[in-house]
Design a protein around this ligand. Structure first.
Ligand code: NAD
Length: 493
């Protein structure tokens, strides 16, 4: 059985004796590795290594730091297909989804390669006569990243390339459910020539996270995961004096206007609800069909859902949707479908009974549509994080926006319409940070912030783009004046 190792100070470290957790191939329900669960001692070891590496890395010119990231990108590209297969095997994504996960991550590496330009400061000559002022950006020190299971490559790559490009050292705590992709990404960063201790990986669960949150050497924490843990990370981290960005869960609404293009709306809804088996923080988990959009779109959507081929995607190229991450998660998703049905929704497409040939123990739920969900139903409050679309029916845009705005979350929202006025009204009033107009999954690319609102984000500066640069740096403002020889001598007695 493969045992994952942590990576500290440039060495692969044998697991501590604090227990292990199984890593599954969810398509088969089989254990493929064990991941050690580190405690405070290993975290301290990593923090010391990252602290020791910081002074030299901070003083390495940005152009040389970027040079290592250029090499890193080339190494990932060379291994692209094998990393995508690792993602598919430990997570369950289809090969296309796994490639998309990695491609989005590589785009973050490319963005970070622009560090010399991105880090440039500002200056103003003569803020007063003969006095100049300038602002430069300097790194913080040791930063840490704590990531979820659902994008094994992209979410870690949201964090460490940019943080390293800014001159920080880094400790990554991968998801214990998908540690193999993170391990491969660390091996390649090492191969790219990163100095020892600049990047470290510590595997673990809650105890490991809690040790990072209070460690005095850690200056900043990037977190992505569920809302309850995001709140805990934000509260504990900030209480211990750290800068924290913590992205949480989501419940994203897609509004379908009666004038929407039917085929594109159906395609968009199916992709948003069932892509990556619904395990995306930007998945469109709730649709509101306005007026006659219900009759135009829902029958085709139900038919599309029933035709999606569920399978063991890591070995079956014809599979269009893979499993969910664990048996427990599958049971939770199914129990939420039960709750939706109990509370009056019609199960128009039912994924509870799906079976995959040759994979009887895989963690599968098929595409499911709960039609006619009430605005106060359980499935409207809970993030399901599976291939389940709740459909509500409303008479007008106003009531749909008001319903969506009652959600505690605020990650993404989208509208399908051919009316510029409706789209403008939606964009103006919707209470979410990432908006799509005829785009069902409006996830921003590397150079824009991934800007969740409300309970989908705790902090001020989001990952990606210039907000990412701001998060991983602190500004230093210098005000300077220079004297000519002898100037001011009149004051000297
Ligand atoms: P999770 O919150 O269970 O785990 C995230 C990380 O926190 C993992 O590394 C885990 O080891 C750690 N963790 C778990 N419980 C903890 C605890 N009690 N104390 C300290 N640390 C703990 O999330 P997950 O199930 O891995 O991922 C799915 C969630 O992530 C969903 O809610 C999804 O919406 C969210 N997500 C959000 C975004 C975003 O940008 N907003 C992106 C991707 C995923």
């Amino acid at each position: 059985m493969r045992i994952c190792k942590s990576f500290i100070g440039g060495e692969w470290v044998a697991p501590p004796a604090t227990g292990t957790s199984p890593v599954f191939n969810p398509a088969l329900g089989e254990i493929i590795a064990e991941v050690p669960l580190a405690g405070a001692e290993l975290v301290d070891h990593a923090a010391q290594a990252a602290s020791a590496a910081f002074p030299a890395w901070r003083d390495t010119p940005a152009v040389d730091r970027a040079g290592i990231l250029f090499r890193y990108k080339a190494l990932i590209e060379a291994e692209f297909e094998s990393i995508a297969l690792t993602i598919s095997t430990e997570h369950g994504k289809t090969p296309g989804e796994a490639r998309g996960d990695l491609r989005r991550g590589i785009q973050m590496v490319e963005y970070a390669c622009g560090a010399p330009s991105l880090l440039m400061g500002e200056s103003l000559e003569n803020i007063a006569r003969g006095i100049d002022c300038d602002a430069i950006r300097q790194p913080l020190g040791v930063c840490a990243g704590i990531v979820p299971f659902n994008f094994p490559a992209m979410v870690p790559l949201w964090m460490f390339p940019l943080s390293l490009a800014c001159g920080n050292t880094f400790i990554l705590k991968p998801s214990e459910k998908v540690p193999l992709t993170a391990t491969r990404l660390a091996e390649l960063l090492d191969a790219a020539g990163l100095p020892k201790g600049v990047f470290n990986v510590v595997h673990g669960g809650r105890a490991c996270v809690d040790a990072l949150l209070v460690h005095p050497a850690v200056r900043a924490i990037s977190f992505v995961g569920s809302t309850s843990v995001a709140r805990h990370v934000f509260d504990t981290g900030t209480r211990h004096g750290k800068r924290v960005q913590a992205a949480g869960g989501a419940k994203n609404f897609i509004l379908i206007m009666p004038d929407a293009t039917v085929a594109e709306s159906v395609r968009g809804l199916a992709e948003a609800a069932f892509g990556c088996a619904g395990e995306r923080c930007m998945s469109g988990s709730t649709a509101i069909a306005i007026g006659r959009a219900r009759d135009l779109v829902i029958p085709d959507l139900v038919s599309a859902a029933k035709h999606i081929r569920v399978g063991a995607a890591f070995r079956d190229a014809s599979a269009e949707m893979g499993p969910v991450i664990t048996r427990q998660h599958r049971d939770r998703v199914e129990s939420l479908i039960d709750a939706g049905e109990r509370e009056g929704a019609r199960v128009a497409a039912d994924g509870r009974s799906v079976r995959v040939e040759g994979a009887p123990n895989g963690f599968y739920v098929g595409p499911t549509i709960l039609d006619g969900v009430a605005p106060d139903a359980t499935v409207m409050r809970e993030e399901i994080f599976g291939p389940v679309l709740s459909v509500l029916h409303m008479d007008d845009l106003d009531s749909a926006i008001e319903t969506a705005n009652r959600s505690a979350y605020g990650n993404g929202a989208a509208i399908f319409t051919s009316s510029g006025r409706a789209a403008r009204e939606f964009r103006h009033r919707i209470n979410a940070g990432m908006v799509g107009v005829n785009v069902a999954v409006p996830a921003p690319m590397a150079f824009f912030p991934f800007s969740g609102w409300n309970e989908s984000f705790f902090g001020d500066l989001h990952v990606q783009g210039r907000e990412g640069i701001a998060f991983y740096t602190q500004q230093k403002i210098t005000t300077s004046r220079w004297f000519a020889a002898g100037e001011g001598d009149v004051w000297v007695k």
